[in-house]
Ligand binder design. Sequence first.
Ligand code: UD1
Ligand code: CA
Length: 500
Amino acid sequence: MTQPRSRTVVVLAAGEGKRMKSNLPKVLHPLLGRTLVGHVLAAAEAAVAERTLVVVGHRAEQVTTHLCEIAPTARPVLQAQQHGTGHAVRLAMAAAPQTTGTVVVLNGDVPMLRPQTVTELITAHETAGAAATVLTAEVADPTGLGRIVRDSTGGLERIVEERDASAEQRRIREINAGIYAFDAAGLREALGKLSTDNDQGEEYLTDAVGLLAAAGAPVGVHVAADVTETLGCNDRVELARLRRLLADRVNERWMRAGVSILDPATTWIDVTVELDRDAVIDQNTQLRGATTVAAGASVGPDVTLIDTVVGAGATVLRSHAVQARIGAGASVGPYAYLRPEAHLDERAKVGTFVEVKKSQIGAGAKVPHLSYVGDATIGARANIGAATIFVNYDGVRKSHTTVGEAAFVGCDSCLIAPVEIGAGAYVGAGSVVTKDVTPGSLAVTRAAQRAVEGWVHSRRPGTPAAAAAAAAAAAAARPDGEADHHPDAGGGDPGDTATD
Ligand code: UD1
Ligand code: CA
């Protein structure tokens, strides 16, 4: 049995990407859940490599920090000055002199590449026992890219950069994707012979391929089945095009897996998101980062979820959530803002113009309208009336509020933390609660109502209010007007102004 060949991945990420006109290195630009280089490294995992080397140069420190986060086993290799793609690979090979077997080289700016294509390239290369295999594509517009020059037998002869190409060569539409498999020994030898005799005065990796072919070594071509996989990114217009193409790919994948995406054109799902069958994603929706949506949940229209977990059958409508957890059957929005550690248990409701931060909302509990809930624990089936504010900050420190199970907080109340509302307790509407409320009791802090009879008649004469009051008084004075009379509610039921 033959030993499986050792594999090494080299990712080229030292360039500045001048045409991006950005302070951020090109390979760190984000694209639906990963950076450009993050996408390339994810595809490269298919190589199952013994080592992964990433050539860094422009803003090397920043790129290296990012690599530590996303691919801690990848080894950065510094190319202090960017003397070309060949120079970059030469430094990588020098940094890992023990490298044998297959070396897969990937441009750091080709984010659409699929793992499957990397596997196919390697298989084609290793099966043929080639010295080099180049991933190519037939494109409609090859402008700016290296052209594949084939010999009379159809084999690869060399790769010519556009700026070094003859008019005839420029008409070739087969391009170099910047993705290669090499045999380590042949690559090392060819890299040692590179010249800088070209328009840019750089060492071209593409020339290593030409040198191997000229020496009669077996050089193969693997034509990409899907041209979009080979698209590089040089400016922000291309980045936006890639975002569109990648979003289409992601949306299509989820629709084929049983997710309804009602308007794919306005749905942007990061590659890192997970969706279950029968989830429904409505228009203008962004699902980002580690977001997951369980079976039968409905998200959108107009929703952004970042690192948020949505339970089965939950509904999220016109809302924004960051690092939140929305339980099964829960309901959010329209117009809710869930901030980090907003945790809604099953069937909880967070309604219109409600902001929740670092709080647990128990099963079936409701915060239906116009409230701020911060640093709180709300028990199951509790009802928080409209415009209730959890006053969690005294200007110095944040404090916690607990609302017990099935407690009822009347509208327009302030709960001044730290405070505890017991299970089944009531808070009268308009109260400012500063002391704990024992289970089952009622707390009311508002002033008693007083009435100044005839005030409008004497102080606002001639106004529509005065006219309406006079008409009502006349109607009440008629014998048949009795039916319209409402008894004064007096101290009233504090819950009577709560809402549902
Ligand atoms: C390269 C290829 C070209 C191919 C194209 C595909 C060469 C000479 N040309 O051209 O045939 O069609 O990619 O996109 O290889 N980099 C370094 N160090 C350097 C120079 C570049 O790390 O000294 C990195 C860049 O950061 C980038 C990648 O290598 O990720 C490609 O470099 P770039 O300058 O974009 O090459 P192209 O001119 O596009
Ligand atoms: Ca490029």
